[in-house]
Design a binder for this molecule. Structure first.
Ligand code: PLP
Length: 425
């Protein structure tokens, strides 16, 4: 099946007991075991099956299977938020005393998680500028367990060099984890050399601003066993699961050691499971993701062209309009659709930025991206207002910077609203 068909059909044809075509919301905490033998096999992982909804749920399972298929992975796991997905993706392989390397260009919440919360837990994050991919090599040492990056990080919108850094990771026998929240369907990080993908499903996958959720997709391509002593959490007996060795325990089930451990250890111990109702809303969103992404991308391209010619604007930040290497990377990784995120810098700085936002009539002023509706924010007065001017500039936020997430409305209405608001600045 092609992507457009996968998102509608994979993992569920009809409910076995009711014949329901729509994926049912299995709003249940627990599942009755067939016998004590059956229960014992489930707990010892000799057989995979439902035990308790903190660890697995059939509605969540359809979302997990569809997204895994779409991305070409081996297994997926749904979580209560994108933040939980990012945190678990690291905590599943790093413990206190370890480090990992991350691109500097990250969503602010992830940056805080890496720079502060994980640090307090004894896990060090080393930041590297993604415009210099070769520098990732220098930051890696014996205690480095992975590299983390975002495909299309805003506000800079520099497309991350996935295959270049993927090769560095491969040479150093560590996995590359890519947050593909901003580019589902248009970018397939696993095809370019990433080993694990994380998503905030809150954004484009849900698409309608209804629920908070996250996903981790395991490509199944990283050989944990071969990497040996470097990954004791995968290759030595786990006292919290009757001495299971995850790289061995997963063998009969497929190349899913990473997701298996994340599920039966992290979801079991820390919670953060996705609710079945929220999974249902993400399944509805996913069904139309390819169609929406096409419209998001074509609208955004027209907005970028319009803004590029506007007299009030100094600079447009949009991957396909970027010169040189970033434009080339957009072509290489984003499969022709450059996403719906774009930024622009107003000539008249901060006051113009605020005036623009306050003049919008159609676009929503919200701290979100990836909604079917068009959204706008002025980071210098909102998401980045607690940072010093210098820190704002390092994050790509100038005083007159405005970020847009272009929706799927008629392009004429979007352009008209942008034009009238720009003319008031
Ligand atoms: N990753 C990216 C790229 C994001 O933009 C966000 C949220 O804005 C997150 C992760 C966190 O996701 P959530 O808000 O679902 O926890």
């Amino acid at each position: 099946m092609k992507d457009e068909t996968i998102v509608l059909h994979h993992g569920h044809r009809r409910d076995e007991s009711t014949t329901s075509v729509t994926v049912p919301i299995y709003q249940t905490t627990s599942y009755q075991f067939n016998s004590t033998d059956h229960a014992s096999k489930l707990f010892s992982l000799q057989e995979l099956g439902n035990i308790y909804s903190r660890i697995m749920n059939p509605t969540c399972a359809v979302l997990e299977e569809r997204m895994t298929k779409l991305d070409g992975g081996a297994a997926g796991m749904a979580l209560s938020s994108g933040q939980a997905a990012s945190a678990f993706s690291i905590q599943n392989i790093c413990h206190s005393g370890d480090n990992f390397v991350s691109s500097t260009d990250l969503y602010g919440g992830t940056w805080n998680l890496f720079n502060n919360t994980l640090k307090e837990m004894g896990i060090e994050c080393r930041f590297v500028d993604p415009t210099k991919p070769e520098e990732f090599e220098n930051a890696i040492d014996d205690k480095t367990k992975c590299v983390y990056a975002e495909t299309l990080p805003n506000p800079k919108l520099n497309v991350f060099p996935i295959s270049e850094v993927g090769s560095i990771c491969q040479n150093n026998k560590i996995p590359l984890i890519v947050d593909n929240t901003a580019a589902p369907y248009i970018c397939k990080p696993l095809q370019h050399g990433a080993n694990i993908v994380v998503y905030s499903t809150t954004k484009f996958i849900g698409g309608h601003g209804l629920s908070i959720g996250g996903l981790i997709i395991d490509g199944g391509t990283f050989d944990w066993e071969k990497a040996g002593d470097k990954f004791p959490m995968m290759n030595s007996p786990d006292p919290s699961y009757h001495g299971a060795i995850w790289s061995q325990a997963a063998k009969p089930l497929g190349p899913i050691a990473y997701i298996l451990r994340a599920r039966v250890i992290l979801l079991r111990d820390l919670g953060s499971a996705m609710s079945p109702f929220n999974a249902f809303t993400f399944i509805q969103g996913l069904e139309t993701l390819p169609l929406r992404m096409e419209r998001h991308c074509s609208n955004a391209k027209q907005v970028a062209d319009f803004l590029n010619k506007h007299i009030k604007i100094d600079k447009v930040i949009y991957p396909s309009l970027m010169d040189g290497v970033h434009g080339d990377r957009a072509n290489k990784y984003l499969n022709g659709g450059y996403g719906s995120l774009l930024g622009f810098e107003l000539k008249d700085g901060e006051s113009a930025g605020k005036k623009f936002i306050d003049s919008l009539k159609l676009l929503y002023h919200v701290a979100n991206i990836g909604d079917a509706r068009s959204l706008a924010i002025h980071p210098a007065s909102t998401t980045h207002s607690q940072l010093s001017k210098e820190e704002q500039l390092q994050s790509g936020v100038t005083p007159g910077y405005v970020r847009l997430s272009i929706g799927i409305e008629h392009i004429d209405d979007i352009l008209q609203d942008l034009d009238q608001a720009l003319n008031k600045t």
